[in-house]
Write a new protein. Structure first.
Length: 249
């Protein structure tokens, strides 16, 4: 895949090359020359079929996880989040040490310590990393799902985008069964506060705990607002918001 630079914009196929527009600009790629039927049946494409099966599986697992927190994802994501998460799922799938090539599965990989470690710390908005913007210790009880931060001074303990007057913290706990493709999500209270230096304690408690117990994930959401005439507006259309996986058990 190459990037096209020129004084004219070209779209469509010309001389075996396809020109198309993406968020990265105008791109160009060669038109594919191998039929789907050959890829499906030719022994020479066995590895291609195996890679394709696992790629599809990784995408399905990434989609399942995104769906589990879709209300939060609408508030904090970057345009590459799907491909980045699929990449993590691929590395988790590689930890399946029992299945044949082409049949390796995320549900097996996520059952390992290393698999959980790969997913822990994932930022759904890579332009707003939790570890960069949240600058004070916190506690997370993985038994109750309670997130606590004490002596919190938002003026000093948050990396504040320009124009921020208020912020909110909230959390979620997700129980997800990747093998059966089911999940259960519970959300905490949302704590909204004006930016200032007065210390406060913030406690986020989920409404319940998931009964789906195969894999449990703990999320934190940070939202930034600007108050104008008594009303809070999402800062720059949520561009600076944080959605982060705190822990995976």
């Amino acid at each position: 895949m190459a990037k096209f630079e020129g004084i004219f914009e070209i779209f469509g196929t010309m001389k075996g090359m396809t020109f198309y527009k993406s968020k990265d600009g105008l791109l160009i790629r060669a038109k594919g020359g191998v039929s789907k039927q050959r890829i499906k049946n030719d022994p020479a494409f066995q590895r291609t079929r195996e890679n394709g099966a696992e790629f599809k599986h990784n995408s399905q697992m990434g989609q399942l996880l995104r769906q589990s927190v879709s209300p939060l994802l609408r508030l904090a994501k970057d345009y590459r989040v799907s491909s980045r998460l699929n990449g993590v799922m691929s590395r988790i799938k590689n930890l399946d040490g029992v299945s044949r090539r082409g049949e390796r599965k995320v549900p097996i990989g996520i059952g390992t310590v290393a698999g959980k470690a790969l997913l822990k710390g994932f930022d759904f908005n890579q332009n707003a990393a939790f570890r960069t913007l949240f600058r004070t210790p916190y506690s997370l009880d993985t038994v109750t799902g309670v997130f606590t931060v004490t002596d919190f001074q938002s003026e000093f303990h948050l990396g504040l985008p320009e124009g921020t007057t208020h912020a909110s913290l909230s959390s979620a706990v997700v129980g997800i069964d990747f093998a059966n493709r089911v999940y259960e999500t519970h959300y905490s209270n949302k704590e909204n506060f004006a930016i200032g230096s007065t210390p406060q304690t913030i406690t986020l408690t989920p409404a319940a705990l998931p009964t789906v117990t195969e894999t449990r994930l703990f999320f934190i959401l940070i939202e930034f607002f600007q108050e104008i005439n008594g009303e809070q507006y999402p800062l720059k259309n949520h561009a600076h918001n944080v959605l982060h996986i705190l822990e995976v058990v």
